[in-house]
Design a binder for this molecule. Structure first.
Ligand code: 5AD
Ligand code: SF4
Length: 396
């Protein structure tokens, strides 16, 4: 069937799709799903934006910087695209979910925006643009904060040959006060055990040996196995039995839900990766409370100590935010003290940015940018030193 793309005659199988991914592993997996679906519809994937007929940006809105970077890179491409070749441009992911129609104000030449909730609609959206000449198409479901429906689409495209990302749940119900995720990724929903096992069994038949289970907060996984409710430990036990898998990793864990029973499972299940990513965010109880994290610094320290006692060869990484509203030098020093005490294997350190409608955006962003920068580099340097000592390698 002949179709029209902005004036030039093309068939779907001649169209090349390029997706640029920003942000987390969940976005990486969503890009793979979209590429896989489009390949099934006859499109071709390309890694080169210059030769692409369709350019999609899969965006992240967790931090302001990431959001800006995606939108300005897209703005640049749109301007160049106008000069060079006529293409279809789209935005998917968290920024699309978050900003919705507003994006067209700054990027009027954009052909479509598609929220994280609606990625399964992308083949349809493209067909509407190509075949019906639709412009400025919006597909953003707002139901239950953009809750993802569970679809068992298992398109074959995976970025890596031996490793694969597998979603076990979508969304987040935690509402940490700084975080936009619950507003853009929707209500928590766990995939049924059977679907996950089937997807992984299929991956194993394609020679994949390392699986990373994904969720915003995998500790609250609560999937059905027939009529039974299965938690993360139960899921890991089942997956550990699948022949052909060599390594099972999972991320991200929330300290309020991580328990010694999980650490014991990590110790006892031979295929489960002994690496725990446990986001601390701050070492100050005052800040943790304002962040709505649901634990104190002492509780976090105890959890890490429990993990180290149970999983002897285990590794721990963390996330830390500096410059949260009202963070004083004293609060920051408490964070530094915990970092010195716990000696993480790796830490990702971020400067706070307000992300409306997340709750903390109602507080004054009162830590000066120079202070945030200084705290950020102090902590980065401290962690670099620790990582170097522990592994002889640089991180972050
Ligand atoms: N400002 C800075 N960092 C943030 N993160 C989430 N929201 C914000 C924000 N508003 C960080 C947290 C989280 C990681 C994925 O991003 O540390 O764990
Ligand atoms: Fe955001 Fe907190 Fe949910 Fe993580 S657990 S995605 S930081 S709200």
């Amino acid at each position: 069937m002949k179709t029209t793309v902005n004036g030039s005659r093309l068939t779907a199988h001649e169209l090349k799709v390029y997706i640029r991914t920003f942000g987390c592993q969940m976005n990486t997996r969503d890009s793979e799903i979209v590429i896989g679906m489009l390949e099934e519809h006859g499109y071709k994937h390309t890694d080169d934006p210059k030769e692409a007929d369709i350019v999609i940006f899969n965006t992240c809105s967790v931090r302001e910087h990431a959001e800006q970077r995606a939108l300005s890179a897209l703005g640049y491409l749109l301007r160049r695209g106008a000069k060079h070749k006529k293409r279809i441009f789209g935005v998917m992911g968290c920024v699309a979910q978050h900003k919705q129609e507003k994006i067209f104000k700054s990027l009027p030449k954009l052909d479509f925006i598609c929220g994280s909730s609606d990625i399964y609609n992308i083949p349809l959206i493209l067909s509407q643009i190509i075949n019906e000449g639709k412009v400025n198409v919006v597909s953003v479901s707002k139901k239950d904060r953009g809750k993802r429906s569970i679809k068992n689409i298992n398109p074959s495209y995976r970025e890596k040959e031996k490793e694969a990302l597998v979603n076990i749940m979508y969304g987040c119900n935690n509402f940490c006060s700084y975080c936009i995720v619950p507003y853009v990724r929707g209500e928590e929903v766990s995939r049924p055990v059977k679907d996950i096992v089937e997807e992984i069994t299929d991956l194993v038949s394609k020679d994949i040996t390392h699986i990373t289970l994904l969720g915003q907060n995998v500790n609250s996984y609560n999937g059905k196995d027939g009529k039974e409710d299965i938690d993360l430990i139960g899921l890991l036990k089942q997956l550990n039995k699948i022949e052909g898998i060599k390594k099972i990793s999972f991320m991200t864990s929330h300290p309020k839900d991580a328990k010694p029973s999980l650490f014991k499972a990590m110790r006892d299940l031979n295929k489960v990766d002994k690496h725990l990513h446990l986001a601390m965010q701050s070492g100050s109880d005052k800040i943790l409370k304002l962040m709505n994290r649901g634990y104190t610094s002492a509780k976090f320290i105890k959890l890490v100590e429990d993990f180290r006692e149970i999983v002897h060869d285990g590794k721990i990484s963390t996330d830390i935010i500096v410059g949260f509203p009202t963070e004083t030098e004293e609060d920051f020093n408490q964070t530094k003290e915990v970092v010195e005490k716990l000696r993480f294997d790796n830490a990702y350190i971020f400067k706070y940015s307000p992300r409306p409608p997340a709750k903390s955006s109602e507080m004054a962003d009162d830590v000066l940018i120079d202070v945030k920068k200084r705290r950020h580099s102090e902590l980065l340097e401290l962690q670099r030193e620790i990582s170097r000592e522990k592994k002889g390698k640089k991180f972050n």
